[in-house]
Design a protein. Sequence first.
Length: 95
Amino acid sequence: MDNLEEIKIDINECPIVRVTWQDAYDMPCGWVEPSEILEWATATCTDVGWLVYRDEQKVTLMGSWNGDQGGRVTTIPADWVQTIDYLEAGVTIIN
């Protein structure tokens, strides 16, 4: 664990991305008819931030940076990720 304290993030080296991913959907509490159960789907989510880590298991985004620490960090299982769009200033992406 001591090595983790030595990790530094250079946000100038981290691309800004838009990640579209599927999230689990938790049904409301209570009794639900079988026909309703089968109608529920996963939720499509979109996050934008600095891509600070990516491997075969996870993708980690950071939304805020104060110069020393990151905030609004989201780690998404890699298998749930549908697309990663690398964003550039002045470029409009329409899907």
